[in-house]
Design a protein around this ligand. Structure first.
Ligand SMILES: [Cu+2]
Length: 174
């Protein structure tokens, strides 16, 4: 319990100074902007996303992930099977030297199964990533709006363009 409180306090401090884009390093692997979609209070599962860039000279693999807010975290992808989108657990995700792997809604993601609490927008949740060679690294998942299809920080570039009209409801103000 004491340990959990300590982590919470550290997260509160860290969270206060965190910009939307944040990144981490595990050896030569750069982990960019881990984020998750906010979940409804009764949602059993959630999804987290991040990018991994290998600045080293040998392949590494993301083996597993874990977070105290979910019973289990699995590496998943979406597959289109006869027009039906389905999720499947995937083997460790390889990142070739000089390459980047980007998780995103509709594709690769870290599935958070058995949420112990809803993921609330604005929260930062701890996650441990384990790489085959680079070992483990602690990251923080930034929880963003439920309808978010891309990280806020990269949204402008991705959706880009003047006059681009978002069909969705206006973004909620904090
Ligand atoms: Cu999934």
């Amino acid at each position: 319990m004491k340990r959990i409180l300590g982590i919470a306090a550290a997260l509160a401090l860290f969270g206060a100074g965190t910009a939307l884009a944040h990144s981490y390093k595990a050896g030569p692997i750069e982990i960019g902007h881990p984020w998750a979609r906010a979940t409804a209070p009764s949602a059993p599962n959630g999804g987290a996303y991040l990018s991994m860039t290998n600045t080293g000279t040998t392949e590494d693999r993301l083996v597993s992930a874990s977070t105290p807010v979910a019973e289990k975290a699995e590496l998943h992808t979406h597959l289109n099977e006869n027009g039906v989108m389905k999720m499947r657990e995937v083997p460790p995700i390889a990142i070739a030297p000089g390459e980047a792997v980007k998780m995103a809604p509709g594709g690769l993601h870290i599935m958070l199964l058995g949420l112990k609490q809803p993921l609330e927008k604005g929260a930062h949740i701890p996650m441990t990533l384990r790489f085959e060679k680079a070992g483990t690294v602690e990251v923080e998942i930034a929880v963003e709006a439920a309808g978010q299809s891309a990280p806020q920080a990269e949204h402008m570039g991705a959706a880009g363009g003047a006059g681009h009209n978002h069909g969705a409801a206006p973004a909620q103000k904090q």
